[in-house]
Design a protein around this ligand. Sequence first.
Ligand code: NAP
Length: 308
Amino acid sequence: MTAMFDRIALIGIGLIGSSIARDVKELGLARDVVVSTRSADTLKRAEELALGTAYELSAADAVRDADLVIVSVPVGASEAVARQIAPHLKPGAIVTDVGSTKASVIAQMAPHMPDNVHFIPGHPLAGTEKSGPDAGFTGLFQGRWCIFTPLPGTDAGALATLRAFWGALGSKIDEMDPEHHDKVLAIVSHLPHIIAYNIVGTADDLETVTQSEVIKYSASGFRDFTRLAASDPTMWRDVCLHNKDAILEMLARFSEDLAYLQRAIRWGEGDKLFDLFTRTRAIRRSIIEAGQDVDVPDFGRHSLEKKA
Ligand code: NAP
């Protein structure tokens, strides 16, 4: 593939940033890739992994002359990064991010973006519970959705270029407004993580069941929650704080539905339980049919990662 950009700057080089770096390198999408991260240790590791062609501790220095800037840091750090890079952006550059919440990232970054750059917020719906530059891998975005939440008046050419970039990484592209994105993600991603953190926390607190029993018998359901609950604490703290309204709305719905389930169990209403469990089984089938998971034990995660 021919290079789409002369220079890409990657600000943040954890799971997501380093997966982008690996794909860009393998596909030859840029002549130069400048990697920047706030800690010397992570920057050194990125260099050892040869994730870029240049390495900068300063985000301001990294974005100079970059045609595409991708910010891949916890969403709560978006404003600080925007402030650092804004005065040094190349006129005409595309600036995007990968943050899991969109309205908050826009509120943090957009006010700092100069008029002569194209700021296009984005969110690849791909990841694992791992973090750091070693956690990334080529093909992470293959067959996964990448959602853009463009601001009104976004340049169509810049948007087409960014779509082509994520398309080259194998992503399927969608666009929606940021508030809608945040609601959708609250139910498909944020709530499941919160439930997982909660259930694993509850199991950890139980006094009648020992730690060793929780671990020994985990295959009976608990194990699938522990994968989500092992996700990065900083990232998920920031997601909760920066998608507060949508998450609280979904949690309220969830609590109501849980109370319905609790009542059905208390009163022995087997038909209600059976109906719900039948409906939810169909959702699982739809996800497999849509190619978003495979129907093998472990929910296919190992085979998906190997394939990537
Ligand atoms: P990660 O592996 O933990 O990497 C985080 C990166 O951001 C590192 O380079 C880290 O730098 C840097 N960073 C951390 N705190 C910072 C701060 N306060 N200021 C500036 N830089 C900071 O994270 P990730 O999983 O790649 O996630 C990055 C973004 O992608 C997040 O916004 C997340 O919401 C989004 N996202 C994640 C997933 C997922 O499944 N993980 C999926 C889609 C989108 P140092 O190591 O040098 O401290």
